[in-house]
Design a protein around this ligand. Structure first.
Ligand code: C5P
Length: 206
C-alpha cells in the first residue's frame, strides 16, 4: 500500500506520516528532508544555492543515511530547500530516489508537496493536509521553543507565508492537492485527532 500525504509547511503531515507508517507497519519517507539534505550539502561544500549543477550532483548522490543529520531540521534549511526545490534537474534526481523508496516491498508512506500529483500518482490513498498559516506558525514556534531554539512567532508566520507562495506558484511540481486527494484541515485538530481522522479515511477507501 502506498499512502501519499501532501501539504504546506508545518501542516502536521510529517507527524501524521510517522504515526500512520508506524500503525500500518509501513516504511516512511519525509521527502522534505531530501531537499533539505541537498541544500545542506551545498552549504557544506560552500557552493552557492544558485549552483544548479552542484545541487543536481548532490541530489544524484544522496543516500538515506544523510537524512539523519539534525541540521536538516533547522528553519533556515527549510528556506534553502524551498529555493533549490525549484530546479528541475534536482527534482528529477530526487524523483528517482523517491520511486525506489516507494517500490519497496510492503509499501510506504511518503509525505511532501507533490507526492499525490507527481511522485506517486497511483497511490492507494492521497491525503492533503492543511491548516491556517497562523496555526501552523504557532505549532512551529512551540516546537522550536521546546527544542530550546530561538524563535519569534511573527517571523515564523512570515517565513511560512513566503514558503507557501513559492511552493504553490513554482512552475515545476507546485504544491497542490491531487484531484483524487481527500483534504484534511487540521486547524482545529490536535495530532491525535488528525491521526484518527486520517485512519478513518484510509479504512473507508474502496
Ligand atoms: O516539508 P519541508 O518543510 O521539510 O520541505 C522543505 C522544502 O522542500 C519545501 O518548502 C518545498 O519547497 C520542498 N519540497 C518539495 N517537494 C516535496 C517536499 C519538499 O518541493 N515533495
Amino acid at each position: 500500500m502506498i499512502i501519499a500525504i501532501d501539504g504546506p509547511a508545518a501542516s502536521g503531515k510529517g507527524t501524521l506520516g510517522t504515526r500512520l507508517a508506524e500503525h500500518l507497519g509501513l516504511a516512511h519517507l519525509d521527502t522534505g528532508l531530501l531537499y533539505r539534505a541537498v541544500a545542506c550539502t551545498l552549504i557544506d561544500q560552500k557552493a552557492a544555492l544558485t549552483d544548479i549543477a552542484a545541487a543536481t550532483l548532490a541530489a544524484q548522490s544522496l543516500t538515506l543515511d544523510r537524512l539523519a543529520d539534525p541540521r536538516l531540521r533547522g528553519a533556515s534549511m527549510g528556506e534553502f530547500a524551498s529555493v533549490i526545490s525549484g530546479y528541475q534537474p534536482v527534482r528529477d534526481a530526487l524523483l528517482t530516489f523517491q520511486h525506489q523508496f516507494a517500490a519497496q516491498e510492503g509499501g510506504a508512506v511518503l509525505d511532501g508537496r507533490d507526492i499525490g500529483t507527481v511522485v506517486c500518482p497511483h497511490a492507494d490513498v492521497k491525503l492533503f493536509i492543511t491548516a491556517a498559516p497562523e496555526e501552523r506558525a504557532r505549532r512551529r514556534h512551540l516546537e522550536l521553543q521546546r527544542r530550546g531554539e530561538p524563535s519569534e512567532y511573527e517571523r515564523i508566520l512570515n517565513d511560512i507565508r513566503r514558503r507557501d507562495q513559492r511552493d504553490m506558484n513554482r512552475s515545476t511540481a507546485p504544491l497542490k492537492a491531487a484531484a483524487d486527494a481527500v483534504t484534511l484541515d487540521t486547524t482545529n485538530l490536535d495530532a491525535d485527532a488528525a491521526f484518527e481522522a486520517a485512519l478513518a479515511i484510509i479504512k473507508a477507501r474502496p
